[in-house]
Structure formats: C-alpha cells, structure tokens
Write a protein that binds this ligand. Structure first.
Ligand code: AMP
Ligand code: MG
Length: 321
C-alpha cells in the first residue's frame, strides 16, 4: 500500500472523521448510561479462544508465552467486580487466515467497542447494542452530512435503524429461511457470510440473530438452562451485505459450568489460572457485546473495503517491512 496516498486521500480522511464521530457518540452514550471506561488490556497469559479460524499472536513475556488480546471478554467480566457497567475500546489482534485478505471485512489488527453489564440479561444487552449503534449513526447523519455526501453515502440508508427497534430472528429461523432460499447452512454452526448477506440484503436496516447453537461459540456464552444446546447470545447484522457488526450475549458465570464448557470447546482449564480463580470465588452474572469499530465505520460510510476506513490497515497474511 502507498501509505502517503492512503493517508492523504479524501476518502480515508472522510472515513476517519466518520470513525471519530462514532467514537464520540459511543463514549457519550455509554457515559450517560452509567458506564465506566476501562483502558484496554493488551497482553495476558490467555485470551478469547472463540475466534473462528483465526490464530492468536504470542509475545515473549519474560520467557513465558503471553497472548495479544483477541477480545476483552475475560477482563470485561473481571472488571464487573469493581463496577456495574464497564466498557473499553480495545485493540485486538487475530491472525486471520490469508484467504480473508480479500473479503473487504477482515483486518489482523482492529478495535472493538466492548461493553459489559452486571446483573443484566440478553434483552438488556441487545437494547444497549442497538442504542449504541443508533447513536453512532445519528451523530454521523447529523454532524457529518458533507462527509457522507463526499462518500456518496445516502443517509436514507439509516432511516430504519434510526426510527425502529431492530428486529430479531433466531438462528433456527435464519437456518429455515436460508434453506428455503436453497442455500446450504449447517443448523449446528455459525451462519456463513453468504448466509448473512442473504438474510439482510433485502432488509431496510440491521437485524439481530439470537440463540446460536452451543458448538458455534466460545465457552463464555451462557447456554440456556431451559433449552440445552442453545446459547443465550446474539449477533447484530448490518444490511446491504455489510454483515456482522457485533456479537454478544449472556455470560456463563458458574464456575463448574465454565470449566465444563471450556472442556467441551477444547480449552484446557489449567491455562486459565487467574480467570478461574476469580470464577471459583465468584464473578457476577452479566451480559454484553463487542462491536467491531472498523466494521461499524465501514457500514456507516458505505465503503466495502475495510482498509479504506482504517488509518494503518494490516491485512491477513501480508507481511511488510
Ligand atoms: P467476534 O468475537 O468474532 O464476534 O468479534 C467481535 C466483533 O469484532 C465482530 O462482530 C466484528 O464486528 C469484529 N471483528 C471480528 N473479527 C474481525 C476482523 N478480523 N477484522 C475486523 N473486525 C473484526
Ligand atoms: Mg462474532
């Protein structure tokens, strides 16, 4: 990439101004709702293992192998020992497979708006997720009409998001719809990107998909007690083929269930010393979500290539000096 051309391009500048408006709106909304911002953790002995197909990056930490955070999930749950509602705007590193370099939506280094609320259920997390995304869209539409115009992004694209509650379908309903369309979708797995596009390309606004099957996500998404095999979680999908913006859900907080979910998902509990010590002594029931900052900016700007909304993009498999 020609970095000078990228950083001076009017498109990059407009996209980064949109991103700044997103960050301002997110912080204002969460601060007004009683959240405390916790500075992001960068490295630790373990990190979020539930990162579909991506590898974790190691750092040499005084001779031990620490991980660069792939998400803030473990620390978000821990931080609720001090506060009822927390968020961080955290960098994540995921060594995504090289073939994702051309999807337009994968970076190796990206950021999440990572939010967690104690004593809150999934419905509370879904309400807050749409409130945050709506506030970001409203800020951009109201404050940056000229930037949107220069990006050829019609603010009418956000009418539904700004006016209406985001509709919800379950994963099982989504699978039925996809199969009815003739698409292949494994009912026990994540919805494929093509499937997400099919579900949302005719939608006028974002869509929640809830109740993913237990094998499809990390150990920290809580399994329903009344409907075993189904997770109390959700994704927020953007329309127009922009796809997944956020994932969230209720968290497992029971020590024994955390350990058995770790085992079921192929994780060795012995590696999670500090986290399991807290869990054994008691962590709080909670729900939360993580919104990809660059994914949200991409949707709001209407730019299909995520590198265009990122000042210093790192693409999967691309190693530069
Ligand atoms: P996940 O924990 O995989 O659900 O990721 C949380 C959010 O981060 C997703 O909903 C995306 O918005 C964003 N995200 C995940 N992986 C990437 C990536 N490789 N590049 C950019 N954004 C990502
Ligand atoms: Mg996800």
């Amino acid at each position: 990439m020609d970095l000078r051309a990228h950083l001076t391009s009017p498109t990059t500048r407009s996209a980064l101004l949109v991103q700044q408006a997103v960050l301002n709106a997110v912080r204002a909304t969460l601060n007004a709702s009683g959240f405390v911002e916790i500075p992001a953790v960068l490295v630790g002995p373990v990190t979020d293992p539930g990162v579909r197909g991506a590898k974790q990056a190691d750092v040499d930490y005084y001779g031990a192998r620490y991980k660069i955070m792939t998400s803030a999930i473990l620390y978000k749950q821990a931080a609720l020992l001090g506060f009822d509602r927390i968020f961080c705007i955290a960098p994540n590193v995921r060594l995504e497979p090289s073939e994702t370099a051309t999807t337009g939506r994968h970076l190796v280094e990206f950021h999440q708006i990572d939010v967690e609320m104690a004593d809150t259920d999934r419905a509370g997390a879904m309400d807050m997720a749409q409130k945050v995304v709506r506030a970001a869209a409203r800020e951009v539409v109201q404050r940056l009409p000229e930037e949107l115009a220069s990006l050829n992004r019609d603010s009418a694209a956000f009418a539904s998001l700004l006016d209406r509650a985001v509709p919800v379908i379950t994963h099982a309903e989504a699978v039925d719809k996809l199969v009815a369309h003739g698409a292949h979708q494994d009912p026990a797995a994540e919805i494929s990107w093509a499937g997400e596009c099919l579900l949302t390309d005719k939608a006028s606004g974002p869509l929640f998909v809830s109740d993913y099957p237990v094998g499809s996500r990390g150990f920290y998404d809580r399994e329903s007690t009344t409907c075993p095999g189904v997770l109390r979680n959700f994704d927020l999908l953007a329309p127009e083929g922009f796809g997944e913006l956020a994932s969230g859900g209720e968290r497992e907080h029971d020590y024994a269930r955390i350990v058995s979910r770790m085992r079921e998902t192929g994780e060795n509990p012995e590696k999670y010393g500090w986290y399991l010590k807290l869990a054994r002594e008691g962590i709080r029931p909670s729900a939360g979500f993580g919104i990809g900052l660059e994914r949200l900016t991409r949707y709001l700007t209407g730019l299909d290539d995520i590198t265009r909304v990122t000042a210093f993009p790192k693409l999967p498999g691309v190693v530069e000096k």
